[in-house]
Unconditional design. Structure first.
Lengths: 873, 238
């Protein structure tokens, strides 16, 4: 019986919100991305095949730019695409150190895969092709390099040794049959076209000298671009000749050998609109018949970096694929205009901020109606009457003349009644800031920011909301800090963008939780010299008045130390605490504080005996995870819980034989982090929960400086059945709803798991007390039922992060997942307790009500008649 | 014979290694003691002027650790005056601890406490040192028993000339591992108990057979209710 009860309890916990078939796509949207194209393959009969920097092989529709198929290869260097070839309707790729794959171009099916038996190399690897199916792999290193020749489909290869004393520090570009290397003042051409390879050294043409960028155009042609000049070089076994020299930013080659045409593009600016001017150069010497043209791009895009011609020059207007410096992929037809654009910078998102949309006039009047609590009854009544009259008038006007859909216009965006539609502000590694509507996934605005790319480090980008949309007439302001660049902008419209170059080197930045008299939260920036700067500077007096409450902490990964500092009257930092975590070669892998937006609804947990176990909810608690190679146990991982204000190390433990990648969530009074167990080859989740005890030191506020005594630490480890790419906890407006943890798995699914299943207090043997408290008995392995997969069959590849944000409904948490796919959905951790189900049949209810009223009227009349007849009798 | 010799040899080598280790790490005494020097700053400026305050010798790290604190000397009147200014300005009293671990790495950790807390506790504090498994100093915390500052901090300082310091050593504890062994044991015990028929069903009769009783009662009620129609009708009409 007890077991049965537990099973029921467990079942209820596991069972969340599996979707019905007809609900698919109702609250969620999914976008597949591919990343920045690196190699492009095109012929008229085939789809456009692209290999990208994010290790994706994808095929696009020429006409629409829609993704026909996408194959995601291994992460990192193991999946790097080095060669893309077309061979009788099949696509041949060389990726990683030694993988040759043949794909069917129309369907993307893998036809064959060969792992070549190549020796390992410490140098660079380049792949050339000396024929349709002949490959040559160059392992370039100093003083000797190796050249392996093979043909696709066989794993036999011949090896040649080359004399390359210059290979160290050389920057090389691989072409078809030649490898072009630049080293100090020489240009080296390695040619593999003939049976024997040969290396030719020529003096470097001045146009191709160091800052200029070398690119392969096609066949034996290369381009060197830099500072608005473009030189086209022909590199062959005999030497290097200059074909064309002049102004230009990019070049692309079209046509078969002998009738080749080079299109040279120049980035122009028509007022604020970027444009590209194309001119054509015929290589056969004669005048070119190929069209030239000027083409306006969208203001959303930055200058163009590279181009690829897709149609033969015989046709009227060639199509050119443009790759922007902001990773935008645009297909144009010369003389015709832009055919389509793909926003591929979304595949490299660095920072996300979810912003509430502004309220409509109607909603504002409702807020005002109940806003003023202190008003006297008569004026409150008048206010309410006037506002309700306004609402009624607006409703009537809406019925008479329905307002047109303004969702696409950023200046008229308004909140929906449950605040479930938001603006998702994104910062990408390509140096672009975008605003995405969370309901549809459409990009409402996009601004390339000069100087933002490349970011100094992926996690050094700080994005914050200084002022929300609730403070009319003050516009909302978001702030972005990356290196020395500080950008402020309006997060709803993308306008008012202002970039500032800071005169100091920021090391840490965060928003002050207090707003100034214009409702703007100042950004505090700590510089490398230890001074605190305030942005905007007008808020310095506010920061000074709060200086005794300001504390900074910095974690130095290089020296494995954590340091804290207090702030004095002059806004200088006074180093106050320091931890040394570098013992035995430890490296800090993850530092995680709590979400500042989080609200803790309940102060404690009620135990079976009706006493309360109070939570230790220290808002300044920071989790630091560090791992180290261990001579006995291979690896060990240590978790530290530090109070960031006082530097008090609250708790630490070390786990043997486990290592990072570590993913973690930190919320309320608990933490969960994942490690990889090398011995058992599995992922393990460690759960820590902190309690103050049965009495609370200070029920109204928490101060780290007057901290309660050492908290009780409950901890437990569970086995997670699969591997994790990212994890995040759900967050709701008031924090009443049960917390769930969302896991993005390597298999591409997004799974939710009730936090109660990760409760470290789950007892091994069930007792009456734990049963009454609702604690399921301990099982070492966590269940992962398929009904918990939120994204059903929409696979999410290479997830880099999950962002959760509250909506206006307590039951609903909005989830945004980014990586190679973008996915947005709603989750209901405690089911939809505050709204009707979306399949609720309101027409049926109305019909029944009307029917009942009609029936009662009819029967009333009948009974009256009957009573009258009876009276006459 | 040969084995013996090799053993002897290795023993000699081992002792030499030990000797080397003790020579290398100057802060470790011959009996495995770790000395942590404690410096403090009564200066509110960002850099601070750190002067020696005492030393902690840590013994026997293996068994939980025990430590003694040896103060350098009593506070001079100048230092007391500095401390009083710190308390008046609501400043922080900073400590810096340096040690050398077994592998020869120098570690430096720092901590602080509000000067008024220190004054109100009568200069009585506890230093909590956290060491990791290798005996390296990871963190230090200075704890006082004053809950919050009441404002009469200066008066509490009268007549005090030195710190009264306790030292507590804490080691990084081993983390939890998935408890598969006891879970499997529990499952097997349950299985065994089931096989032996030991599981005594001590539920009450109703709890055991409610699924049979409820339908029977319902059936009885339904058939019994439809039996006497006259009585029911009469009652309803009245």
């Amino acid at each position: 019986m007890v077991v049965l009860k537990y099973l029921v309890c467990l079942y209820l916990m596991i069972q969340v919100q599996a979707l019905y078939e007809d609900q698919a796509g109702k609250f969620d949207w999914h976008q597949q991305l591919m990343g920045r194209p690196q190699l492009v393959l095109s012929s008229e009969s085939q789809p456009l095949v692209v290999a990208t920097e994010q290790n994706v092989l994808a095929a696009l529709n020429h006409q629409t730019g829609a993704l026909l198929w996408r194959r995601v290869l291994e992460r990192g260097a193991a999946g790097q695409l080095r060669l893309l070839l077309n061979s009788d309707g099949e696509v041949v790729t060389f990726s990683g150190p030694n993988l040759v794959r043949v794909w069917s171009a129309p369907t993307g099916q893998l036809v064959s895969e060969t792992a070549l038996d190549l020796p390992e190399t410490t140098g660079q690897t380049f792949v050339l092709s000396s024929g349709a199916r002949e490959l040559a792999v160059v392992h370039l290193s100093s003083p000797r390099s190796e050249l392996h020749r093979m043909s696709v489909g066989s794993d036999q290869h011949t090896t040649e040794s080359l004399d390359t004393p210059w290979a160290d520090g050389a920057s090389c570009v691989s072409g078809r049959e030649t490898l072009l290397c630049r080293h100090s003042s020489q240009l080296y051409v390695l040619s593999v076209g003939s049976a024997r390879s040969e290396i030719t050294a020529v003096p470097l043409p001045p146009a191709a000298a160091a800052p200029a960028q070398l690119r392969h155009l096609g066949s034996d042609l290369y381009s060197a671009t830099g500072a608005g000049r473009l030189t086209v070089l022909r590199a062959a076994a005999g030497g290097v000749t200059t074909v064309r020299e002049g102004a230009g930013d990019m070049a692309c080659l079209s046509g078969p050998d002998g009738r080749q045409t080079i299109y040279v593009g120049n980035n122009k600016q028509d007022k604020v609109v970027p444009a590209v001017q194309f001119e054509s150069v015929s290589l056969s010497g004669g005048p070119t018949s190929a069209p030239t043209g000027r083409l306006q791009l969208s203001t959303r895009h930055g200058p163009v970096d590279a181009c690829h011609v897709l149609t033969a020059p015989g046709s009227a207007a060639p199509r050119i694929l443009l790759v922007g410096s902001d990773d935008a992929v645009t297909m144009i037809q010369l003389g015709d205009g832009v055919l389509w654009t793909r926003e591929e910078s979304l595949a490299s998102i660095l920072a996300v901020e979810v912003v509430d949309l502004p309220m409509s006039a109607n909603q504002v009047s409702i807020e005002e109606e109940f806003g003023d609590q202190a008003a006297d009854p008569i004026s409150a009544l008048l206010l309410r009457m006037s506002s309700q009259w306004g609402q009624l008038a607006a409703l009537a006007a809406g019925v008479v003349r329905p307002t047109r859909d303004r969702a696409a216009d950023v200046n008229h965006l308004t909140r929906d009644s449950f605040n479930t539609h938001k603006m998702v502000v994104l910062v990408t590694a390509a140096g672009k800031v975008l605003g995405v509507h969370s309901e549809t996934g459409s990009v409402l605005w996009a601004v390339p920011v000069a100087g933002l790319s490349p970011p100094p480090a992926a996690d050094s980008v700080v994005l914050g909301l200084q002022r929300g949309t609730a403070h009319f007439p003050h516009p909302p302001v978001a702030v972005l800090l990356s290196g020395r660049l500080l950008v402020t902008f309006n997060p709803i419209t993308g306008g008012d963008l202002q970039a500032h170059q800071l005169p100091y080197e920021p090391t840490q930045a965060s928003l002050l939780p207090h707003a100034d008299n214009t409702h703007l939260k100042p950004l505090l920036i700590l510089d490398s010299a230890g001074a605190v700067h305030v942005w905007p500077e007008s808020a310095e007096s506010l920061a000074k008045s709060l200086h005794s409450k300001l504390f900074f902490y910095t974690v130095d990964v290089k020296s494995s130390t954590a340091q804290g500092s207090a702030v004095n009257q002059a806004l200088e930092t006074v180093p106050s605490w320091r931890l040394d975590l570098g013992s035995q070669g430890q490296t800090i892998r993850r530092v995680l504080a709590k979400s500042p937006h989080e609200r803790v609804h309940s102060q404690g947990r009620v135990l079976a005996d009706r006493s309360v176990l109070y939570k230790y909810s220290n808002p300044n608690l920071v989790l630091v995870l560090a791992d180290a190679p261990d001579p006995v146990h291979k690896h060990s991982t240590t978790a530290y819980l530090v109070d960031a204000v006082t530097g008090h190390l609250i708790y630490s433990h070390v786990q043997r034989r486990v290592r990072c990648p570590c993913h973690a969530v930190h919320s309320e009074n608990w933490l969960v982090y994942s490690v990889y167990n090398e011995k058992a080859r599995r992922t393990e989740l460690t759960s820590i929960e902190l309690f103050e005890g049965k009495v609370q030191a200070n029920a109204s506020a928490f101060s780290s400086l007057e901290a309660p005594p050492q908290p009780m630490v409950e901890k437990q480890t569970f086995i997670f059945p699969t591997q994790i790419e990212a994890m995040r906890e759900t967050i709701t407006e008031k924090g009443i709803t049960t917390k769930f943890i969302m896991f993005a798995l390597t298999s591409g699914s997004l799974v939710t798991l009730n936090r109660a299943l990760l409760d470290p207090r789950r007892p091994l043997t069930p007792g009456r007390a734990s049963m009454e408290e609702g604690l399921p008995p301990y099982t070492p392995e966590l269940p992962l039922p398929t009904v918990n997969v939120v994204n059903y069959n929409r696979t999410l590849q290479h997830v880099s992060g999950i962002v959760s944000s509250p909506s206006g409904l307590e039951s609903t948490c909005l989830v945004f997942v980014h990586g190679l796919d973008l996915y947005h959905t709603r989750v209901f951790p405690s089911n939809m307790f505050d709204q009707l189900k979306d399949d609720f049949d309101s027409t049926f209810i109305v019909l029944v009500l009307v029917g009942l009223i009609a029936a009662s009227a009819v029967t009333r009349r009948l009974s009256q008649r009957r009573a009258l007849q009876l009276a006459w009798k | 014979m040969t084995v013996d010799r090799i053993l002897n040899h290795s023993l000699v080598l081992l002792s030499q290694l030990l000797l080397l280790a003790t020579v290398c790490s100057g802060d470790y005494d011959s009996d495995g003691q770790l000395t942590v020097s404690v410096l403090h700053s009564l200066d509110p400026s960002p850099r601070g002027v750190f002067t020696p305050r005492g030393a902690i010798s840590v013994r026997s790290l293996r068994s939980g650790g025990s430590a003694t604190y040896q103060p350098t000397g009593a506070l001079s009147s100048a230092e007391l005056a500095q401390l009083k200014t710190l308390v008046e300005n609501d400043g922080i009293y900073r400590l810096k601890l340096t040690a050398q671990s077994l592998d020869g790495r120098k570690t430096e950790v720092a901590t602080f406490v509000k000067a008024c807390h220190l004054a109100e506790s009568g200069l009585r504090d506890t230093l909590l040192l956290t060491m990791d498994a290798a005996g390296s100093l990871v963190a230090a915390s200075q704890l006082t028993d004053a809950g919050r500052c009441h404002g009469d901090s200066l008066a509490a300082l009268d007549g005090l000339h030195g710190f009264n310091t306790d030292v507590t050593i804490r080691q990084t504890e081993p983390g939890p591992i998935p408890d598969t062994a006891s879970f499997i044991q529990k499952i097997e015990q349950e299985k065994l108990a089931k096989q032996r028929g030991e599981t005594k069903d001590n539920r009450s009769f109703i709890a055991k057979y409610w699924m049979y009783i409820v339908p029977a009662v319902l059936l009885l009620m339904v058939s019994g209710g439809s039996d006497p129609p006259q009585q029911g009708g009469g009652g309803g009409g009245r």
